[in-house]
Design a protein around this ligand. Structure first.
Ligand code: MF3
Ligand code: CO
Ligand code: CO
Length: 248
């Protein structure tokens, strides 16, 4: 079931989205060698609650923290803990906030100090894939157009597209229909309509696309140990384009 949202619902999501955007900006200065992911989680939880929101991920299907912090070969859903960031790491921070019952969800990949050119490019092109996926969005297009555009960037650079995780509809719950794979497929036949709210989120790995889940039952890592990047925005579909709800 896919619900188009009213203008009012979108404005609630947009408030939650602005809180998430400001938080990811704050993380640009908080991410540095020596900081633990637990400390980042504490900063984030306070930031979200101080702005009249609730952390969307805390207790979501039993998830034990307010944000996801995934380092290097960890793709997504890394649980904050006492691990310290080190120079040369990359960290994906994924945040969600709920305002008056409406969610927003957004993620970025950050460098800790200096990283190799190879990894820097992986980050750059995964972010490019997000914007390329967004660029085709408007009422009347087929969902698969988004999937195809995202995948095209990975194909061009030889990156692995993680298949086990997808973008998704979002609203009164974090994950709603439709699911939005980051590769072209036969199931994404849905025609977009104004008012649909979607989280678009490419996840690319430097080499192999296969992943495992760690024993904590959450953290997704690449099987070959290659680093992965992840960028995500929550958007609303409009008549002639889209509006980013997790931006400025
Ligand atoms: N933010 C993730 C997504 O982009 C979902 C995280 S759910 C959690 O879809 F429980 F792991 F936090
Ligand atoms: Co997310
Ligand atoms: Co998401």
């Amino acid at each position: 079931m896919i619900n188009e949202k009213t203008e009012n619902e979108i404005s609630l999501m947009s408030y939650a989205g602005k809180v998430c955007y400001d938080l990811l900006n704050l993380m640009e200065t908080e991410v540095k060698a020596g900081v633990t992911t637990k400390e980042l989680n504490e900063i984030a939880e306070k930031f979200i609650r101080d702005r009249d929101c609730i952390p969307s991920f805390l207790n979501y299907e039993g998830y034990p923290a307010s944000i996801c912090t995934s380092i290097n070969d960890e793709v997504v859903h890394g649980i904050p803990k006492d691990r310290k960031l080190q120079n040369g790491d990359i960290i994906k921070i994924d945040v969600g906030a709920c305002y008056k019952g409406y969610h927003a969800d957004t993620a970025r990949t950050y460098k800790v100090g200096k990283v190799s050119e190879e990894i820097s490019n992986l980050m750059k092109y995964t972010e490019e894939a997000l914007y390329k996926g967004l660029s085709v969005i408007k009422e009347g297009i087929k969902l698969n157009e988004i999937c195809k555009s995202i995948e095209s960037v990975a194909l061009e650079h030889g990156y692995g597209v993680i298949r086990e995780l997808t973008g998704h509809g979002i609203g009164t719950v974090v994950h709603e229909d439709p699911y939005i794979p980051n590769y072209s497929n036969n199931e994404s036949e849905l025609i977009l309509k104004e008012g649909m709210t979607l989280a678009i989120e490419p996840m690319f790995s430097l080499k192999g696309r296969k992943v495992w889940i760690l024993e904590d039952d959450w953290t997704i890592v690449t099987q070959d140990g290659s680093p992965a990047a992840h960028y995500e925005h929550t958007i609303a579909v409009t008549k002639d384009g889209y509006k980013i709800l997790t931006g400025e």
